[in-house]
Design a protein around this ligand. Structure first.
Ligand code: G3H
Ligand code: 13P
Ligand code: ZN
Length: 311
């Protein structure tokens, strides 16, 4: 099976009340850890690449790694551009073999967001590629762009029908209180998401796939391992897994996870070096980092996303 589009995946996920994990990839060990986990539990996958990942690893290496993962496992895998900032990067990924792109014009005005998203949709659809757009702004850090909690804003449900019909986008990321990175909620407060907004959006867009960014849970197990081994992560708080399960049962078909991968891999590598400070063969510590990614992703698929057995 070649690298696939998300259309079929989202339809099945919507109808089945589960979500597909969209995992950020930056190198071979991350791709392998994710896909080995998905293969063991027979899950479809979205592997996504940010502008930063393309800069770090180069488009062609990531493209070939994802093709290799597909050839190795036979799983339905979509290759997606995460947070495309302009038409040029979306075009470059479409021309370069991605099956899905995100145009993130969420920081622009409503009209400018519509105009740019529409331009990307027209080019993408002409080339058989699907488009994720965003309405509302998440707090947190993506590449070098940092959005403070004060500058973030929830999606306005009354905007979504007009936005989707005028742009023709295929899925929509909404802001309901998640944020990027490992520090999502104020320490001492109870994490809360605006499920009422998700509910209202899905009523206005029946059957339409919704995307949740900033969905790492910042699993204490990995934070503790990092801190026990010389790290200093303080007050790192993620999205409770039960909230992700609830979102997956609702209209959310794609759940984005990056920070949890970073924490798991770093935990494995830090632990390895504490036990073996003399090691200098990268295969020794990267084997452990990859195994930690695999363990994390398998747990996500089976216990949070519910996409196991759906490949
Ligand atoms: O939403 C952002 C993702 O976590 C990607 O992060 O831009 O540092 O690669 P990055
Ligand atoms: P996290 O930082 O919560 O992993 O979010 C990742 C994301 O939304 C990528 O687009
Ligand atoms: Zn994101």
């Amino acid at each position: 099976m070649p690298i696939v589009s998300t259309t079929e995946m989202f339809k099945k996920a919507y109808d089945g009340g589960y979500a597909i994990g969209a995992f950020n990839v930056n190198n071979m060990e991350i791709v392998q850890g994710i896909t080995e986990a998905a293969a063991e539990v027979n899950s479809p996958l979205i592997l996504q690449v940010s502008a930063g990942a393309r800069k770090y690893a180069k488009h062609v290496y990531l493209m070939k790694l994802v093709e290799a993962a597909e050839a190795d496992t036979g799983l339905p895998i979509a290759l997606h551009l995460d947070h495309g900032a302009d038409f040029e990067i979306c075009k470059s990924c479409i021309d370069g073999g991605f099956t899905s792109v995100m145009i993130d014009a969420s920081s622009k005005s409503f009209e400018d967001n519509i105009a740019l998203t529409k331009q990307v949709v027209e080019y993408a659809h002409d080339h058989g590629v699907v488009v994720e757009a965003e309405l509302g702004t998440l707090a947190g850090v993506e590449d070098e762009v940092k959005v403070s909690a004060e500058d973030s804003s929830y999606t306005r449900p009354e905007d979504v029908e007009e936005f989707v019909s005028r742009t023709g986008c295929d899925s929509l990321a909404i802001a309901i209180g998640t944020s990027h990175g490992a520090y999502k909620f104020k320490p001492g407060t109870k994490p809360q998401l605006r499920f009422d907004i998700l509910e209202e959006v899905s009523k206005r867009l029946p059957g339409f796939p919704i995307v949740l960014h900033g969905a790492s849970s910042v699993i204490p197990k990995y934070v503790d391992i990092i801190n026990r081994n010389g790290g200093a992560l303080v007050d790192a708080i993620g999205v409770p897994e039960e909230m992700l399960r609830q979102a997956a049962r609702m209209a959310v078909c794609k759940i984005n996870i990056d920070s949890d991968l970073r924490l798991a891999m770093t935990a494995g590598i830090r632990e390895h070096f504490m036990a073996h400070p003399d090691h200098f063969d990268p295969r020794q510590y990267l084997t452990v980092g990859r195994a930690y990614i695999k363990e994390l992703v398998k747990d996500k698929i089976v216990n949070v996303l519910g996409s196991d057995g759906k490949a």
